[in-house]
Write a protein that binds this ligand. Structure first.
Ligand code: ADP
Ligand code: ASP
Ligand code: MG
Length: 409
């Protein structure tokens, strides 16, 4: 029998009862004969609680210490799951990221996995044990703990599956699969039984929280078949695969889904002096501070002056705005910011080479009286930035106008 990697998200291990239910599932899977590696997130909202605590102690906590702190959330849940399994007569050992051989590099708070040394895991499996690995963490060349970014346990799971050449990676969460829109926002959203890695990655990058985007890309790179399922039911879920289950991939007439992201703010530099190198002067200082910029629009170019607007995550808003103000002043302009924005994207390979999709999106939003603040497009998505309070209505209207409810996938 091959190896299966299972991942349980925070809401699936939120309480002692939840952990017992997960232990029952793990026991069943073990009894079915698979070698099992399980990775688990922190209990419920524990990561948020720890972040809040750090914020109460300091205005400016060190990223290294934040990672040290956040990693403890996952340690609690893996140890508790191992204990619950022991009670059920299942041999299991919990491991930190480091003990499991997860090596990371990059920045604290958004570490990337550089290597996995799976010897310890293989030894545990050879002994018939279930290996339980703390999610969302690894250790860097200094021996310091790093976390992989919010939602990163999905990436831990897929990386483990790739390193161990597992048969599949099962992501257990609080919804029974990937839907055509967030089912909490659109009651008529439909489960997508099979989705391609490229569509899933795009949905994830655009904000569909159900999967960490890096996990999807890693899965595509290493050919890991990912199953997204509910930890509360036996429903079939969604399979993310590039395999032959996907018929008519390029000729399909529809989009995959409507995705939203409420973690969006916008900064506008207006009337700045412009010429060659201006954009670099604006964006290099942001990059130096590790602030990622998403949608960028340059407009109103007239007599050597222009407006430049861009979006950042809300957590980066204050810093980005301060940086932008300095730059704007040095270029004889001014900077403004809006904190409460959101993005809505229409995603799908079905829109390749079909320009009508963007028009239909604008039409739908126009009819709903929702002003579009910024637009960005690529081959398989169109994204509109709008006021945060309008996002829910926009997603519902678009879901309807793209006929995602009636679709037979
Ligand atoms: P976990 O704690 O298990 O990692 P997350 O909260 O990160 O769970 O992800 C699951 C949530 O993702 C769901 O509760 C749902 O509200 C949200 N979500 C957003 N978009 C989608 C989508 N297209 N399909 C399914 N769930 C989605
Ligand atoms: N506990 C971490 C978070 O809340 C990682 C994860 O859940 O995947 O972001
Ligand atoms: Mg998650």
């Amino acid at each position: 029998m091959g190896i299966v990697v299972q991942k349980y998200g925070g809401s699936s291990v939120a309480t002692a009862e939840h952990i017992q239910a997960v232990a029952e599932r793990v026991k069943k899977a073990r009894e079915a004969g698979s070698d099992l590696v399980v990775t688990v997130s922190a209990m419920g909202k524990q990561t948020d609680r720890l972040l809040r605590l750090a914020g109460e102690v300091s205005q400016n906590p060190s990223p290294r210490e934040i990672d040290q702190l956040l990693s403890t959330g996952e340690l609690q849940s893996v140890a508790l799951l191992a204990i619950a399994l022991h009670d059920r007569g299942v041999a299991a050992t919990s491991l930190t990221g480091e003990q499991a051989g997860m090596k990371t590099e990059g920045r604290y708070g958004s570490g990337v996995i550089s290597e996995i040394r799976p010897e310890r895991l293989r030894n545990l499996l050879a002994e018939g044990q279930v290996a339980i690995v703390a999610g969302f963490q690894g250790v860097n060349a200094l021996g310091d703990i790093m976390t992989l970014g919010r939602g990163g346990t999905d990436t831990t799971a897929v990386a483990l599956a790739a390193a161990l050449d597992a048969d599949r990676c099962e992501i257990y969460t609080d919804v029974d699969g990937v839907y055509t829109a967030d089912p909490r926002m659109v009651p008529g959203a439909r489960r997508i039984p099979v989705i391609s890695p490229s569509e899933m990655a795009e949905m994830a990058w655009r904000g569909a929280k159900v999967m960490h985007p890096r996990a999807v890309e890693l899965g595509a790179l290493y050919g890991v078949e990912i199953h997204v399922r509910s930890s509360f039911s036996e429903a079939p879920g969604t399979v993310i695969t590039g395999g032959e289950d996907l018929e008519r991939l390029e000729t399909r007439e529809t989009v995959a889904g409507i995705v939203h992201d409420l973690d969006v703010s916008r900064i506008t530099l207006s009337g700045i002096r412009t010429g060659p190198g201006t954009l670099s002067r604006v964006f290099a200082p942001l990059a130096e501070r590790g602030i990622s910029v998403d949608v960028i629009v340059e407009s109103g170019l007239k007599e050597g002056r222009a407006d430049v607007a861009f979006t950042v995550r809300r957590g980066d808003f204050d810093e980005a705005r301060a940086v932008a103000e300095d730059i704007a002043v040095s270029l004889n302009g001014k900077a403004e910011g809006e904190r409460e924005l959101g993005k809505v994207s229409v995603v799908g390979t079905g829109m390749l080479n079909r320009p009508g999709y963007a028009a239909r999106m604008f039409d739908t939003l126009g009819e709903a009286g929702i002003p579009i603040r910024m637009v960005s497009t690529s081959e398989i998505q169109v994204t509109c930035v709008m006021r945060a309070e309008e996002v829910g209505e926009a997603v519902r209207r678009l879901h309807e106008s793209f006929e995602l409810e009636e679709r037979d996938v």
